[in-house]
Design a protein around this ligand. Structure first.
Ligand SMILES: Cc1cc2nc3c(=O)[nH]c(=O)nc-3n(C[C@H](O)[C@H](O)[C@H](O)COP(=O)(O)O)c2cc1C
Length: 374
């Protein structure tokens, strides 16, 4: 399948990858997940390469087997607010757990980020693992509560983001009229888990509302995603499995009267790339030698730049991905992909050479949603 849109690229910049060994590499700041200079460096690298968005996953509690750098890391909305001041175009995606967070606070935080960044924010509203419930006064809830909470959370957040119609604020100094109160709307939501009256104290975004994603693989996840979100972060072990998930999501979208083109299917990969296969292998071995006790599976996207570009192109053309989220196992993973693979994707006309828009919805070719009363 040839997708209509250009390929989208995202950089997961939370430091040292999803592995236990990377922090020991001499080229990696061992404190990368709480090192603002490192975040700024990675954000600028991704923006210079015209990436669509930065992306942060969420680890909001300490649990058994934590990857070391997740033991001390920044909260997503805080660090993205800082990065919004060091970047101009690139999107800023924050992951928030709908099992832990409060929807009013999350709606306010992410819409604030959206307005601070002039239309570049997105929220990845995930169920997450239940281990953190005890930190958020929800110790009495369990896994079976998570998707019902997720549904209520997303309905409330979407409603709050459309508190004000686009022309609600008059702010006429002469007449002293600040607001047209008929254009302010409450959500008046009464759920099992959340009760929110609204209104939210923030006007609409220049991109309509922040981009909304969710993450998962199950049928319930698919149902929520295709009902509420602009895209997903999902996972398949193989190309075929990922194509099947993506196509199932698109089938459900169409069934619900939505356009598959207005939805972003994202998958994360951790490429290790070199100018040659041998160079890529050397980089992988550098990591393996760091901690012989820990194993590190060889990435699926692996080898020479041409080979990795072929893989990305194949996943894109077969419809497995609209957006590839890059995370790095090797400290130079993002830099190497940008220097070696991105020019090939640009030459092949798959990825942009310049930003065409100023907002995240613009980059993702998602239409600006009209105001909708809840
Ligand atoms: C691609 C992907 C990314 C995820 N990212 C996170 C994350 O950043 N933080 C987290 O706590 N859980 C994350 N999860 C876990 C999901 O929130 C969810 O709890 C899990 O997928 C189980 O739900 P499911 O069976 O409906 O997929 C992720 C899951 C997937 C598949």
């Amino acid at each position: 399948m040839q997708n209509r849109k250009k390929l989208k690229l995202a950089a997961n910049i939370d430091g040292l990858g999803w592995n236990h060994v990377g922090w020991q590499h001499p080229d990696m700041p061992a404190d990368a997940s709480e090192n603002i200079d490192y975040y700024i460096q990675q954000a600028k690298l991704a923006e210079a390469a015209k990436f669509d968005t930065l992306f942060l996953v969420d680890v909001s509690h300490v649990g058994p087997g934590n990857i070391p750098h997740y033991l001390s890391m920044f909260e997503g909305a805080s660090v993205m607010s800082a990065l919004s001041m060091h970047t101009q175009k690139i999107g800023l995606s924050v992951t928030v757990s709908t099992s832990y967070a409060d929807p009013y606070s999350a709606a306010r935080q992410i819409l604030s980020l959206d307005k601070i960044s002039r239309g570049r924010a997105s929220l990845n509203a995930i169920t997450s693992n239940p281990g953190g419930m005890v930190n958020f006064s929800r110790g009495h809830l369990g896994k079976s509560d998570q998707y019902p909470m997720n549904k209520e959370f997303m309905e409330i957040v979407l409603g709050l983001w459309d508190t004000y119609e686009d022309d609600a604020f008059i702010r006429d100094k002469g007449s002293g009229v600040f607001l047209d109160p008929r254009k302010m709307h409450r959500v008046n939501y009464r759920g099992k888990y959340f009760q929110v009256d609204g209104p939210l104290n923030l006007s609409r975004s220049v991109q309509g509302r922040p981009v909304l994603y969710t993450a998962g693989t199950s049928p319930t996840f698919m149902d929520h995603a295709t009902s509420y979100t602009d895209g997903v972060f999902t996972h398949g072990n193989t190309l075929e499995q990922t194509v099947a998930i993506a196509n199932e999501l698109r089938r459900r979208l169409v069934e619900k009267g939505r356009r598959a083109e207005d939805f972003i299917v994202s998958v994360s990969q951790n490429p290790i790339v070199g100018r040659t296969d041998q160079e890529a292998l050397e980089k992988y071995l550098e990591l393996l030698r760091l901690t012989p006790k820990n194993s590190l599976p060889r990435p699926l996207f692996f080898g020479s730049a041409e080979k990795v570009a072929d893989q990305v192109q194949q996943w894109y053309e077969k419809g497995a991905i609209d957006m590839l989220i890059l995370r790095q196992d090797h400290p130079h993973g993002l830099r190497d992909f940008i220097q070696l693979v991105v020019p090939i994707l640009q030459e092949r006309g798959i990825f942009r050479t310049e930003y065409e828009a100023d907002t995240l919805r613009g980059h993702l070719e998602l239409p600006k949603p009209a105001f909708r009363e809840s």
